[in-house]
Design a protein around this ligand. Structure first.
Ligand code: NOJ
Ligand code: NOJ
Length: 538
């Protein structure tokens, strides 16, 4: 089972320039450096040189690169750009993540709980990657210099939980507040609130950190867990940031809330699936912390959520809808939120909500197809170098153009999410060595093998070579979505929120933290897949 794999070299955070993007020096940055004591390995020389040299690429010269070379370069740009949006470097309180430095048209200069938790998930992947494949193989590329940053995140969220806001106070709904000012005070304007995906997303990354600390099990780690993350002797208590989120989720998952796109209130697949997973992993942690009563309660709630999740599957339409029911909101329900849900909930293989489960495959196929003729830049899917991949957006009925309402554009996070999904499917196939075509997944497999029929089974090494052929095409497709990103990256490798539906130029919030993170997540999945495949071929 848990074979030890080599530690892969990654660009260490200690090579991060002071600010990758913004060049004007600010006193805040010095504060940030001090606060990040562990990043003290930064040398002034590296600060002075690296951002320039990476930045020096003239506009769009990346297009001449091969995909691999571009990915390598873009990985550094994305990582530093993401870190640029955290804490004092970004003009925010230590530990707080800004959604984007854009302060007008649109104003995204706030800290959203969802974006922050997702961003710290990406950061945590570098700190201590989780198991990614169902056979237990772990790919490690730990960067321990990130721990002070994680601690700042914990500290910032502990304080944020206690801030009275329009959704309520600490014990009566305040944790459902979607966003705060970057100095950690409440945002008082009108907004779609509450949004109940924030607490479970945050709980999941905190659970990863708490589990890591338990494994490390130094006496001071245990004290830290009790004082900052999870006090097993209390229910919701100030300072016990993880347990408080779990309690919030366990008691509120059944209430309507606004979706991750902040537009409609109801039950949502994304919110519920991440709630389910947060309680499942939270229960396992509670158990380790001798909090058996809580563990039992969280698991019981997770089971109830599991039952509710089933009603999002539309058998007659053969896909998972994003809200219950999506038709109530004038939507088909085909939405990148469903793909993101499965990605954020973690690897569940072929289980009902697993990335390689037949329902997911069916949903991915229908979702992607929906954009084929929607955006002129897809040209009906004819771009050869994309290998069938397309520029995709949040959902087809979307009208948010990045600043106001007109016609929506493709999004980087959606486009990269399909790539990540595809690489995770590949990783799954790599471990099972078999493709089983079902009625439900037929259309997905037909994309890669037009004569597929329900009931077909393709095994690795079979004489017909179908398994190898299909996985090769699936890989080209997965790379295709990254190529779309490569085609439409902004100046100097910048990712905004959206790119123009007609010409692909940057639209919406500039330097969107989550866009950079979604690219890093996708190439991480790609790296894991390559690694596993190369191992098997050896
Ligand atoms: C409308 C968008 O659809 C939504 O996703 C966004 O969060 C808000 N406007 C704020 O920009
Ligand atoms: C709009 C997106 O719809 C929402 O998910 C996100 O939290 C905010 N922008 C901030 O990035």
């Amino acid at each position: 089972m848990s074979e030890k794999l080599p530690i892969l070299p990654v660009a260490s955070s200690s090579q991060k320039p002071l600010s990758f993007r913004r060049t004007i020096s600010s006193p805040l940055r010095a504060t940030s450096l001090l606060a990040l004591g562990g990043l003290a390995a930064l040398t002034l020389t590296s600060l002075a040189t690296s951002s320039r040299s990476i930045c020096s690429r003239t506009s769009h010269s990346g297009k001449e690169d091969s995909l691999g070379a571009w990915i390598e370069k873009q990985a550094k740009i994305s990582w530093w750009s993401l870190l640029d949006n955290v804490g004092p470097t970004a003009g925010a309180k230590p530990g707080l993540v800004i959604a984007s430095p854009s302060r007008s048209h649109p104003d995204y200069f706030y800290t959203w709980t969802r974006d922050s938790a997702i961003t710290f998930g990406t950061i945590f992947d570098r700190f201590q990657p989780s198991n990614i494949s169902s056979n237990g193989a772990t790919l490690r590329h730990a960067d321990s210099s990130l721990e002070p940053l994680l601690r700042e995140f914990v500290a910032s969220q502990r304080e944020l939980q206690l801030v009275k806001n329009p959704s309520g106070s600490f014990t009566d709904g305040g944790l459902g507040e979607p966003k705060f000012m970057v100095d950690g005070t409440a945002f008082k304007g009108s907004w779609g609130r509450p949004q109940n995906d924030g607490p479970p997303l945050r709980a999941m990354v905190m659970t990863r950190y708490a589990s890591y600390l338990l494994d490390r099990s130094a006496p001071e780690d245990e004290t830290y867990i009790t004082s900052h993350l999870y006090d097993a002797t209390k229910l919701m208590s100030p300072g016990s940031v993880l347990k408080s989120d779990l309690e919030y989720v366990a008691h509120n998952w059944n209430k309507d809330s606004f979706d991750l796109w902040e537009e409609i209130s109801g039950p949502h697949f994304f919110t519920l699936l991440v709630s389910h997973r947060s309680l499942a992993v939270g229960a396992a942690l509670a158990d380790r912390l001798q909090d058996q009563g809580a563990a039992k309660f969280y698991l019981a709630q997770a089971d109830l959520i599991q039952k509710k999740l089933d009603s999002f599957w539309l058998p007659s339409k053969n896909y998972i809808q994003a809200s219950l029911p999506s038709s109530k909101f004038g939507r088909s329900g085909l939405d990148s939120a469903v793909l993101l849900a499965v990605l954020k909930a973690g690897d569940l293989g072929e289980e009902s909500w697993g990335v390689a489960g037949e329902r997911m495959l069916a949903t991915v196929e229908k979702y992607v197809k929906g954009f084929k003729d929607l955006y002129p830049l897809n040209e009906g899917g004819k771009r050869k170098e994309w290998n069938g991949a397309l520029a995709v957006g949040r959902y087809t009925e979307d009208v948010y153009d990045g600043d106001g309402k007109s016609k929506a554009n493709p999004w980087f996070i959606a486009t990269f999410a399909v790539s990540e999904v595809a690489f995770k499917i590949l990783t799954h196939l790599e471990t099972t060595s078999v493709i089983r075509v079902t009625d439900v997944s037929l259309d997905f497999w037909k994309r890669f093998f037009p004569s597929a029929e329900a009931g077909d089974v393709y095994s690795r090494g079979a004489i017909d070579g179908v398994f190898e052929d299909v996985t090769k095409k699936l890989e080209l497709w997965a790379d295709g979505f990254l190529t779309v990103g490569k085609t439409f990256e902004g100046e100097g490798g910048a990712f905004s929120e959206q790119f123009g539906r007609i010409d692909g130029t940057s639209k919406g919030a500039k330097h969107l933290t989550w866009s950079y993170g979604s690219f890093l997540d996708a190439i991480n999945a790609r790296k894991h897949y390559h690694h596993l495949r190369n191992q098997h071929r050896r």
